[in-house]
Design a protein around this ligand. Sequence first.
Ligand code: HEC
Ligand code: HEC
Ligand code: HEC
Ligand code: HEC
Ligand code: HEC
Ligand code: HEC
Ligand code: HEC
Length: 285
Amino acid sequence: MISTANRRRGVSPRWRRAAALAAVTIGLLAAGISCRSVSRSVVTLPNVPGAKYIGSKECEQCHEDITRGFRTADHARLIAEGPNALEAGCESCHGPGSLHSESGGEVKPPYSFTSGRPQRGSAGPRMAETPPRAVETVCFQCHGDVRGQFSLMFHHPVPEGRMSCIQCHPPHKGNAYAGGGSALLSQAEMCLQCHPAQRGPFPFEHEAMREGCSTCHAVHGSINAKQLTVRDSNLCLKCHFQQVKGGVILIGGSDHTVRLRQGACWSAGCHEAVHGSRVNPSLRF
Ligand code: HEC
Ligand code: HEC
Ligand code: HEC
Ligand code: HEC
Ligand code: HEC
Ligand code: HEC
Ligand code: HEC
């Protein structure tokens, strides 16, 4: 039996939005950038000595494709306030672009992520040496709490420089989750590009997969192996009720009294095929 209340709460988009906003607020405070409103995504852009903000319209002249696509991007919805207020578009990540624009692209924007000569007097990360980590640094200016998540023991190898945030969160177009669209299925699609072993179709599907991978995995980081959100059988019991009848523990109508003591539900000999099975309806292998 399934507890629907719990299932919905686990992945509610509203919850995620709230978490994102709270996260951003904390991030902004930590970075010393002020955020006046929590209900809208207002950012105050930092100063970079020697450079001025010119607005995303200027970028369009030379970067037409990116600018056009950007209208659909989550980050296009940011509103700027404070002395640098123009529009917190391209420059919210790349920094003020006046010198870059005046030089016709010769001088790089303060935050670009390829090697080469950075803009004179640019503050923040020198992106030339370690491009992927410089991307992180820019994202962390506003998403400070994500940094903490990546410092947990089991995480995607972003801090190690083997992966970048943008492999899961494309910055220039559409939904900030790779895969496009807000559907959980497309988020899973993104994961499956790198993790083909978890891809079906499985004749014996595990319906939990429809709730998205994040139901069970905290991909920024977790204290549990395999980036699991919960380390033991409680991971499964949040959806699969446990009933006690006459001293017997029933899960899914079957006696689990002895089995539960043998370890997590997915341990050897039990439900090893948690992502779906090609042969066994009880997802045993
Ligand atoms: C006058 C033309 C021009 C304008 C205006 C302009 N750029 Fe560029 N930009 C270039 C050229 C040329 C390059 C280098 C060629 C390339 O890689 O596309 C470049 C490269 C870049 C890069 C990549 C740098 C690297 O190599 O790592 C970024 C990021 C960038 N521009 C952002 C912006 C932003 C943001 C704006 C608006 C604030 C802007 N540009 C406005 C011409 C321009
Ligand atoms: C959320 C942060 C963010 C925003 C907002 C953003 N960018 Fe970028 N941009 C990046 C990152 C990160 C990279 C590095 C991509 C890579 O390594 O493949 C990048 C790379 C670039 C490049 C060089 C590589 C390429 O794809 O050609 C250009 C040019 C560029 N951005 C222009 C823009 C323009 C123009 C805008 C606004 C319309 C913009 N960016 C908005 C984060 C951002
Ligand atoms: C100038 C501050 C700023 C920077 C820099 C920034 N973000 Fe964001 N980001 C925000 C804000 C504010 C939101 C919330 C947008 C909203 O929901 O209206 C957000 C939303 C997001 C979301 C969630 C979207 C959603 O709908 O839940 C992701 C994912 C994200 N950002 C990733 C990144 C990545 C990756 C980078 C670096 C390439 C980055 N951000 C750089 C401010 C920023
Ligand atoms: C392996 C893919 C992956 C990588 C790498 C990744 N993320 Fe995420 N990120 C996700 C997923 C999936 C979610 C949605 C989590 C959920 O549904 O609860 C998310 C959510 C977010 C959010 C919105 C919710 C929140 O926790 O604040 C932000 C902001 C964000 N990521 C920023 C980043 C930044 C910054 C980096 C790089 C340091 C990064 N992510 C690297 C997959 C990834
Ligand atoms: C761009 C490729 C890429 C994407 C996209 C990606 N991952 Fe990963 N994933 C990796 C890499 C690389 C590792 C680390 C493997 C290692 O250290 O050997 C990893 C590790 C993991 C692990 C831990 C595996 C273990 O044995 O400990 C889990 C779980 C995981 N990813 C789930 C996800 C989920 C869920 C998503 C989508 C939200 C996702 N991944 C998206 C590349 C990716
Ligand atoms: C119902 C919970 C649940 C869901 C949903 C889920 N996983 Fe997992 N996943 C697990 C458990 C439990 C393990 C650990 C299995 C083990 O240690 O044998 C795991 C392990 C993994 C591993 C490591 C595999 C290995 O061989 O060590 C990867 C990669 C992974 N999951 C990716 C994904 C992806 C991608 C998705 C979404 C398409 C997803 N998972 C959805 C529960 C889940
Ligand atoms: C997000 C909710 C959710 C989570 C978490 C979840 N499941 Fe499921 N599971 C379902 C749904 C829905 C079904 C299909 C309905 C049913 O059979 O009760 C299902 C079916 C199953 C079945 C097949 C039952 C049968 O005989 O038909 C097994 C076995 C199973 N889950 C094991 C697990 C294990 C092991 C875990 C923990 C790693 C887990 N589930 C976590 C939702 C979930």
